[in-house]
Design a protein around this ligand. Structure first.
Ligand code: 3PG
Ligand code: CO
Length: 552
């Protein structure tokens, strides 16, 4: 028997890649919804198949540091692109550190527009240092530049409370120091900069993949019209809502508008400039469309002021959304789908709405289009519009129904799918629901294993980053779970730094696979070349190396 690095072109079919979103691998025993869930199929795969652990966070996926947890954008970018690209968080840091951002024509245009119209400069975005969609340091640097260098007199900041990429009730840890920062800016530069409106990121503005445009409509009303419940300050709004809705976490806090004796302090008006400061695109596209599209029909924009708008980055490289942006995005080229289309392989990408763009748009390097209409099929199963802790099974069964049929049909060479459950339910912080979520995924995995056995195909199981395996916050110093005064563990809603599994199962008796021990420190970027070796296509030399060796 000979060891080979490439299967023949007419090797086993289909190749199925399951991405268990937000299901990482960790040894912690408390709050680990993955190890505590009943997962006979995952356990069977781990007992019988070659597997390894992949890095899914930090510099391995193009983030600024190894302290940065993984996320779905960088994770799917890495899987689809086969090598590491410096990602949004890093590119914005660099553009600010070198001053390039401020020299760019977009920044200059916005500043001039404000000055010419005596308008206000608005910032809208995710208000935390989570570094998944945004970073507060970026906003502060831009405000300083606006105040000291550009001499912009009035700025308003519209804050989307996080509690999803950072501690679930950490909003005041950001708002209080930020108010002090604004006060000192106002004093030192003689400007008038204030927080003007806000609300939880899962309530207003940051919808994705058109799952629920009402969120964006509510955001418009709050930030642009300045309509809603008035408060004297963001602190007052957050404290009031926390009292009124016991147990509410930041991402779910209702909208608020800051007002004084004259009314709302910062509605958006003709002649103003608006910067949406998130660098990540999925949850920035809809609000950008609302600002930019002339004939927009998703909700009535009342009012629709004439403003100069820019996003932090280009969010969609195919549709060019937004038209104007501050920092060039990573130009992710030669993704694995492009190679597989060149080889005329038929491919299916499927998920439910919440993760649909992950296996299409993120997978293809933040491009929403296809490479080849005749070879690629994208299937979106509509997600429920409910808090996912109430339906932790989500649409896993419906996705699986379709996948199982398509495996049996032998219509596709390569099928990729994403199960959203581990991640979306992990973000709720509800431990019991996260266990159900992981078990739902495992139940579906069992059906897919069976379908792959029936066709003698190949199944790969992995994840884009961790989440559900760490449902409690851990004190970094003591290593112990943090607790509320009543002794209950403090829920963790964010992603993790943990690695993910990469399991390879060949149902065919002919093909024996094993993990190539010469690949050191593997990460998500090694998956693309692995897909190619399994489909009998030599991976390009600029891809990170494939993970498998074969005997047949
Ligand atoms: C979100 O947008 O829901 C979170 O910030 C990140 O989750 P994702 O990277 O898994 O989509
Ligand atoms: Co997530």
């Amino acid at each position: 028997m000979k060891v080979k690095r490439l299967l023949p072109r007419n090797g086993p079919r289909p190749l199925v890649l399951v991405i268990m979103d937000g299901i990482g691998c960790a040894s912690n025993t408390e709050g680990n919804a993955v190890s505590h869930a009943y997962t006979p199929h995952l356990d069977w795969l781990l007992a019988h198949c070659p597997f390894t652990l992949l890095k899914a966070h930090g510099t391995a996926v193009g983030l600024p540091s190894d302290g940065d947890m993984g996320n779905s954008e960088v994770g799917h970018n890495a899987i689809g692109a086969g090598r590491v690209y410096a990602q949004g968080a890093r590119l914005v840091n660099e553009a600010l550190a070198t001053g390039r951002l401020f020299e760019g024509k977009t920044w200059q245009r916005l500043m001039n527009y404000c000055r010419q119209n005596q308008g206000t400069l608005h910032f809208i975005g995710l208000f935390s240092d989570g570094n998944v969609h945004s970073h507060l340091d970026h906003v502060k640097k831009m405000l300083e530049q606006a105040a000291f260098v550009e001499k912009i007199e009035r700025c308003r900041v519209h804050i989307l409370l996080d509690g999803r990429d950072v501690g679930e009730t950490s909003a005041l840890e950001y708002v209080v120091p930020f108010e002090a920062f604004l006060a000192s800016l106002n004093q030192q530069a003689g400007v008038d900069y204030r927080i003007a409106s806000g609300g939880g990121r899962m309530v207003i503005t940051m919808d994705r993949y058109e799952a629920n445009w009402d969120m964006v409509a509510r955001g418009w009303k709050t930030h642009v019209a300045g309509e809603g419940r008035f408060f004297a300050s963001a602190v007052e709004a957050i404290e009031t809502y926390r009292k009124e809705i016991p147990g509410v976490i930041d991402q779910d806090i209702p909208p608020f508008v800051i007002a004084d004796a004259h009314g709302p302090v910062g509605p958006i008006r003709d002649g103003d400039a608006v910067i949406f400061f998130n660098f990540r695109g999925d949850r920035a596209i809809e609000i950008s469309r609302a600002f930019e599209e002339e004939d927009f029909d998703k909700f009535p924009r009342e009012p629709y002021p004439k403003v100069a708008y820019a996003g932090m980055m280009e969010y969609d490289g195919d549709l060019h959304i937004p038209k104007s942006y501050l920092v060039e995005p990573p130009h992710i080229e030669n993704t694995v789908s492009a190679f597989l289309c060149a080889e005329e392989y038929k491919q299916l990408a499927i998920s439910e709405t919440q993760k649909f763009g992950h296996v299409t748009y993120f997978w293809n390097g933040n491009r929403s289009g296809k490479f080849d209409e005749s070879l690629e099929t994208y299937v979106e199963i509509p997600s429920d519009r409910v808090p996912f802790e109430q339906r932790p099974w989500m649409k896993a069964a419906e996705i699986t129904d379709r996948v199982v049929n398509e495996i049996a049909s032998r219509n596709y060479d390569f099928i990729r799918l994403n199960f959203a459950n581990g991640d979306m339910v992990g973000h709720s912080g509800v431990y019991q629901a996260a266990i159900v979520a992981v078990e739902a995924v495992d139940l579906c995995l069992g059906r897919i294993i069976k379908a792959v056995q029936d066709t003698q195909g190949v199944l790969l199981v992995t994840a884009d980053h961790g989440n559900a395996e760490e449902m409690y916050e851990v004190d970094k110093k003591t290593g112990r779970v943090k607790r509320h005064p009543n002794g209950e563990p403090k829920a963790k809603t964010a992603h993790t730094l943990n690695p993910v599994w990469f399991i390879a199962y060949s149902a065919s008796q002919v093909v024996k696979m094993r993990i190539d021990p010469s690949v050191k420190d593997p990460g998500l970027t090694n998956i693309a070349a692995t897909l190619m070796q399994l489909l009998g296509v030599e991976p390009p030399t600029f891809y990170d190396p494939p993970l498998l060796l074969f005997e047949f």
